[in-house]
Design a protein. Structure first.
Lengths: 424, 195, 748
């Protein structure tokens, strides 16, 4: 997840502070007290079926990805999340009593999910997406709690957050919540059937799709009016998954379900960037839940198909981009090496079709690597050999040959921005 | 015609612009170290340095490399005067078949040129994308650590002449004086027809 | 590189001298009765001398004071060049740098078959040791004859024979034509271990300086004048028929010299390497193939194998006292495994004046020559195969096929050297795999011991190596194709699928059955350690399951069923090296495992202990530390042994944790490193130690394959210890473990 510009954020914050000053009594009302610590519950308190369901739900919540540092123990926290306001480190959510959530009772856990308040009463940063988790039902929270409390307890204190003033002042989050946060469990939409509602509940709640696929305002809140209109995540563009989806071939329920389960789909390619972690977790989710999410997301994307509107452009094959492509890219992307491990046919690549070149730039510079011991697409990064000019000419060539024909605007700025993100 | 600067020397190359660097190094400049392993940028056997950064020569067309400084394993030293990375790999006997080793060494060289104080975790992370099939991993890790030590001691990451007054203190794998390990590695290669 | 002094001294020239031309012999040199013959009725000669008894087939003294030794074995990265040189230097009393070693070359060296089965030190090392010792005795005797002194008054040092009163002569001064052209004796005056100067020392490897400085170290690095590059277009499946290919279009591409089609064999030859690759890509894209019968369902591979007709052989049976019914039984499986050399197979061939020379990284130059000659219809004398090192092969990979490809193309392009290199997907997709296997085992326990043991193993053959032309891919693809030869058993005691199927332990009664499966759904052949990897994995896993049932410590359990002192000593040494007695108790995902085997029940002894962390949520296994002990008989180079055992453990970890050949109904789908994941640095142990139990004076046992089986089983046992769950199907990959473990309670 990624939040809007910092400078803009400061200005907005000042306004909110001024307005908020008048609302101090109201803000005080959002303060909540500590919930008494408990001894970590014995693992045998929970039954196996609950653990299995909890595992399937945690997979949809992508809990492990954010709460595991590179090379660290699962759920032990410490993964840095870069925001325009500084770096936040994810917390340890193993049942360790001292450094994890071992002392959290189920009500304390439920309150964190529902209201974004920690066990001792401290306000939580919305990097923990309680703006979505608030929708999760009490029953599902209980299952998640059971699952997390039976993980291996790891004693590990994440690094302290490094946030600039005034973002480092936690109580101010109460004001943020007043303005941007609406607490409350999911309410079914009676105009749709049960499966759609299950999908909407999961996608908007525990799955927190909007965290990466919805644009945010200057203070990091998702713009509700533009839900699923495309967002940012760790320097990647979370594609629009509403009717503006840039996918060359329209996603349908079947394709989405396969993509969630396998991490790739014939007509759309492999998941990469942060979505690779999402789908890796989703592979452990319940099939019925993935189906429901697929139904709902297919609905949000609507029926527009871009395939017809796009024509293959005729392009000069002598440009420097063409020469680079022939040598460095074509060997894998010529269509003879099938997905998921061969290079995607670029005419089907969402990264090439997208209005932002960000994801293509990231992939070209950094490459793709599978997890140790797992099969997965491997693409070498070209950061060390491509000059900015060579990168631009390659991108332009690919866009012209395989994209929708209109060149990317201000490629130079996109390249610089992507490179700056890499070095953060 | 493209001019390539390899190991400090400039070469005029007549190969097509889209030719990957690997084939130019091996077939035109007759440099053996960079190896064809996959041609897909997956295994690291072809790793060289471009402006000091590890790069995969099997998927890098020479058109990208005009004016860039390319360093191959040959640029780190010779059997007679091995550089610190080479000396470390010899002292640790960090090879079995050795086919992956040139790529390993170049990636490690790139790391140590950036950070001589790289930790074991840093080295593992850096080498994660280079594959070894014989199982020489433990020795490779030791050799890279040893290379860092040699570089720190000599104050140079580059080619250094071995100092005969400073024999290796490493207790294992030291040859007796008359073992003379400097003779041609493959006496029988001399029988092959030459150009 | 200049022409060496011995270039003209080919084996042929040597062999032209007949037994009748043998010259001057000193008193005391006991000649075999039949001159240069094999010595019928004489005692069996040591090692490979038995097959190639002439001393000068092994050792020559050169005019420049060097000795040249000849071995029919090949350097494969295992360090044999160094170890054999050490043996020769020791027994000939020459400094190591004055020993040249010529490796496998049908024109120059003895026929020692394949470099396989950890046999090089046993066969060639033993032969060279005796040949060198006998050569030194002959040199002393010759000096004694010249100086008219008793041989007892002479001694040798650093290539010089020395006598009383400062008498001295170098070997080169003493040697006369055909002096060493004699048949070896069965007994030699070997140097005693306490006198070793070179043998038994951890000398640096001779081949490593070139490998770490960019020297010409591999067949891949050879460049011959006028050499052309070739690439092969292989069918999507073995046996597919070529319908059509864009031959003319590709012939017009830049640099292309020739496009060659012979039946289903399709290749392109061009001037520059990258031109060749581009032409091959166009040729491959335009080639249409007629598919053959479907491949089996990978998801039910074990059932497929069990359903195939098999030749069932009871390979061991002991009847003991009657006991109860079997209490525990289990089935273990292994998928097909790829050799996965980092460097795809490569060969160079040249046809000059009717003589075809092939430079190849084959493991067996003589069998490869036989197969190539048969394929081309040439007499074997018209083909010379020279082994030049390649990327590590770990058994029968694509090396021989690439040699055949090059030979076929060179014979079509007379006089031009042709270099063939396979592409990555060909190496992964076309090579013969290590066979998939199934083992079923059951046992009965009485009084804290195993009283009955039944073991059945199902497997294809583990060797489809050349000899017959039909073993070569190219030969099978020709317009007049050679048929794939019938699969053959590798007889015990070495064994193939049944290698190490008979436990070394003694049980009350036991029965071991080998089910030899004739049909080969996928192309298979020898992979390092053959069936031993799977059999030791299964036997040693089951030993642990039984120890758990009997509530006995796994190390104590093994010792309880084992009498042989050397085996017991290796087990005790590994346990001590690991500090087994003080190992952590299981919990929090941590556990320890132990395993042991004597390779082939007749070679090196190896025991391995491992400590692992298993993460239930990700399914990932991190090996924390490994301790090994090995008894490989007389040690020639301890660092070489250590290197081999380390490599065996890490490679076996990779096989066991991650690897399996993937396929669908139509083709192999694991065709590169994206689809065939192997060990990477993040999964490498934090520590690995090897304790070597030297056995001075005892025979060499070899060590290249001693560790694979024990490492696999120690890993599986450690995972079982850590998780409380037994995994019997390989690989023990993160996905499999995660599926089984993730919802589990962590506190047990």
């Amino acid at each position: 997840m990624d939040w809007g510009g910092a400078r803009m954020g400061l200005r907005l914050l000042v306004i909110i502070l001024v307005v908020g000053a008048a609302a101090v009594p109201l803000a005080a009302g959002t303060w909540q007290g500590a919930i008494a610590p408990i001894d970590p519950p014995a693992p045998d308190r929970f039954d196996g079926a609950a653990l299995q369901r909890g595992l399937q739900l945690a997979a949809i919540g992508n809990c492990m990805s954010c709460h595991t540092a590179a090379g660290g123990a699962p759920f032990a926290g410490g993964r840095p999340v870069a925001t325009p306001y500084g770096t936040i480190y994810s917390s340890n959510i193993t049942p360790d009593a001292q450094t994890g959530i071992g002392q959290w009772s189920e009500p304390a856990f439920r309150r964190a999910m529902r209201a974004g308040v920690g066990r001792t009463g401290q306000q939580l940063y919305p990097a923990f997406p309680y703006d979505h988790f608030t929708l999760v039902s009490d029953a599902d929270d209980a299952l998640l709690y059971a699952y997390l409390m039976t993980r291996r307890a790891v004693r590990s204190t994440p690094p302290a957050n490094q946030l600039r003033f005034p973002f480092s002042v936690r109580p101010l989050l109460a004001l943020w919540k007043l303005v941007f946060f609406k607490e409350g469990a999911y309410r079914a939409d009676p105009t749709h059937d049960g499966q759609w509602n299950r999908g909407a509940y999961l996608a908007n709640g525990l799955g927190h799709c909007g965290a990466c696929h919805t644009p945010r305002n200057a203070l990091g809140a998702e713009k509700r009016s533009a839900r699923f209109g495309g967002g940012r995540a760790q320097g990647w563009h979370g594609y629009a998954i509403d009717s503006a989806s840039p996918a060359r071939v329209r996603w349908d329920r079947t394709a989405l379900r396969a993509y969630f389960r396998d991490g790739w789909q014939t007509l759309h390619g492999d998941a990469h960037g942060p979505m690779a972690e999402v789908v890796e977790n989703l592979s452990a989710a319940a099939a019925a839940d993935l189906d429901a999410i697929a139904i709902y997301i297919a609905w949000t994307m609507g029926k527009r198909d871009r395939a017809d509107s796009v024509q293959q452009a005729s392009v000069a094959t002598q440009s420097s981009g063409a020469v680079i492509f022939a040598s460095a890219c074509q060997g894998c992307h010529d269509g003879s090496r099938p997905l998921p491990f061969g290079g995607v046919r670029l005419a089907l690549s969402t990264a090439v079709m997208d209005d932002e070149p960000t994801n293509l730039i990231n992939v070209v510079l950094e490459g793709l690597y599978p997890r140790s011991g797992a099969a997965g697409a491997i693409m070498p990064g070209f950061a060390s050999v491509l000059s900015d000019e060579q990168l631009r000419s390659l991108l332009s060539y690919v866009r012209l040959r395989y994209g929708q024909g209109s060149p990317w605007k201000d490629l130079e700025a996109s390249v610089q921005s992507a490179k700056a993100q890499r070095h953060d | 015609m493209i001019e390539l600067r390899v190991n400090g020397r400039t070469h005029r190359i007549s190969a097509d612009a889209d030719t990957p660097l690997l084939y130019v190094l091996r077939d035109e400049l007759e440099l053996n170290a960079a190896k064809f392993g996959c041609g897909l940028g997956q295994c690291g056997a072809c790793t060289v340095l471009v402006d000091g950064i590890a790069s995969l020569s099997c998927v890098t067309p020479i058109v990208l490399l005009a004016g860039r400084q390319i360093t191959t394993l040959e640029g780190l030293g010779t059997p007679q005067q091995p550089g610190p990375m080479q000396q470390a790999f010899i002292e640790e006997q960090a090879a079995q078949c050795g086919y992956c080793i040139a790529g390993m060494m170049m990636r490690a060289q790139g790391l140590l040129q950036r950070d001589l104080h790289a930790t074991d975790a840093d080295i593992r992370k850096e080498l994660e994308h280079n594959l070894c099939r014989c199982g020489s991993h433990m020795r490779i890790l030791r050799a890279v650590r040893r290379a860092a030590g040699l570089m720190l001691a000599s104050g140079s990451t580059g080619v250094t002449a071995p100092d005969p007054a400073q024999p290796s203190a490493y207790p294992e794998v030291t040859a007796p004086p008359d073992d003379g390990m400097r003779r041609p590695a493959h006496p029988d290669l001399r029988e092959r027809p030459q150009r | 590189m200049s022409a060496p002094a011995d270039a003209a001294l080919t084996r042929r020239a040597v062999l032209q001298g007949s037994g009748a031309l043998l010259v001057s012999f000193s008193v005391g040199w006991a000649r075999p009765a039949q001159g240069a013959g094999a010595g019928a009725g004489a005692a069996k000669l040591p090692g490979s001398l038995a097959k190639s008894p002439l001393l000068d087939a092994w050792i020559r003294i050169d005019a420049d004071g060097f000795a040249t030794a000849f071995t029919g074995k090949a350097e494969l990265g295992q360090g044999i060049r160094t170890a054999l040189s050490q043996v020769v230097a020791e027994e000939l009393q020459l400094p190591l740098e004055r020993v040249r070693l010529v490796t496998a070359d049908t024109g120059r060296t003895a026929n020692e078959g394949y470099t396989a089965g950890s046999h090089s030190m046993q066969d060639s090392g033993t032969a060279l040791r005796h040949a060198a010792a006998q050569a030194r005795e002959i040199l002393i005797d010759e000096a004694a004859r010249i100086w008219k002194l008793p041989a007892q008054q002479l001694r040798t040092q650093s290539g010089v024979v020395m006598g009383p009163d400062g008498l001295r002569a170098t070997y080169a001064e003493i040697v006369a034509p055909n002096l060493l052209h004699v048949t070896a004796r069965s007994i030699s005056q070997l140097t005693q271990p306490d006198q070793f100067r070179v043998l038994g020392r951890p000398l640096q490897r001779i081949d490593i300086p070139a490998k770490v400085t960019g020297g010409a170290a591999y067949v891949h690095d050879m460049r011959l004048p006028g050499m052309l590059h070739a690439r092969i277009v292989r069918p999507p499946r073995h046996g597919a028929r070529l319908i059509e290919a864009p031959l003319q279009a590709v012939e017009r591409m830049p640099g292309v010299a020739q496009v060659i089609r012979n039946g289903n064999f399709l290749a392109v030859v061009a001037q520059r390497e990258f031109q060749t690759i581009k032409a091959m890509q166009v040729l491959a894209a335009g080639a249409r193939w007629q598919p053959t019968a479907a491949l089996p369902d990978e998801a039910h591979l074990a059932d497929t194998l069990l359903g195939l007709p098999a030749q069932t052989r009871v390979i061991s049976q002991n009847t003991g006292a009657a006991c109860g019914p079997m209490q525990l039984e289990a089935t273990y499986t292994r998928p097909y495994l790829s050799h996965g050399s980092i460097g795809p197979s490569c060969a160079i061939a040249q046809l000059t004046e009717g003589m075809l020379t092939v430079w190849t990284h084959t493991q067996g130059v003589f069998p490869d020559r036989q197969a190539i000659a048969e394929m081309l219809g040439l007499p074997v004398e018209k083909v010379r195969c020279i082994q030049v090192e390649g990327s590590g092969c770990y058994g029968h990979n694509g090396a021989d096929d690439a040699a055949a490809d090059a030979a076929l193309l060179a014979s079509a392009l007379a006089n031009r050297p042709v270099r063939v290199q396979w592409m990555r997907e060909q190496e992964h997709g076309c090579e013969p795999y290590g066979p998939a296997m199934v083992a079923k085992v059951s046992a009965c326990l009485t009084g804290g011991r195993i009283c009955a043991w039944n073991y059945d193993v199902w497997s294809n053959t583990h060797s489809m190596r050349p000899g017959p032309a039909g073993a070569l891919l190219a030969a099978r693809q020709l317009g007049k194709p050679f048929l794939e030869p019938e699969p053959k058993l590798i007889p015990l005691p070495e064994g193939g699928g049944d290698r190490n199927a008979i436990p070394l332990y003694s049980f009350g009664s036991s029965k071991v059955v080998h089910h030899f499966i004739h049909d080969m759904p996928l192309r298979v052949s020898a992979l390092r350690s053959l069936g031993a990897h799977m059999n030791v994995f299964a036997i040693e896993s089951f030993m642990d399951e039984l120890a758990l049932r009997a509530a006995v410590d796994p190390v104590e359990w093994r010792l309880r069923h084992l009498q042989e002192p050397r085996a017991r000593e290796v087990i005790t040494a590994a346990a001590d090296e690991f500090n087994w007695a003080a190992r952590p108790s299981p919990g929090g995902g941590r556990g320890c495992g132990f395993a042991f085997a004597q390779y082939k029940n007749l070679a090196a002894y190896c025991a391995v202990a491992m400590e692992v962390d298993v993460d239930a949520d990700t399914g990932r296994t991190q090996v924390r530390r490994v301790a090994c002990a090995v008894d490989t008989g007389q040690v020639v180079n301890p660092d070489g042994v250590r290197n081999q055992i380390e490599g065996a453990v890490l490679q076996s970890m990779s096989w066991t944790l991650f690897e399996r050949v993937r396929f669908d109904a139509t083709q192999i789908t694991s065709v590169d490193w994206a689809t065939y994941p192997i060990l990477r640095f993040s999964a490498v142990p934090h520590a690995l130690t090897v304790r070597i139990l030297d056995r001075p004076g005892l025979p060499f046992l070899g060590c290249g394959e001693a560790g694979q089986g024990p490492a696999a089983a120690a890993l599986a046992n450690a995972i079982a210890h850590a998780t409380g769950r037994r995994f019997r199907d390989l690989p023990l990959d993160p996905a499999r473990l995660r599926r089984a473990l993730a919802p589990q309670l962590t506190a047990r």
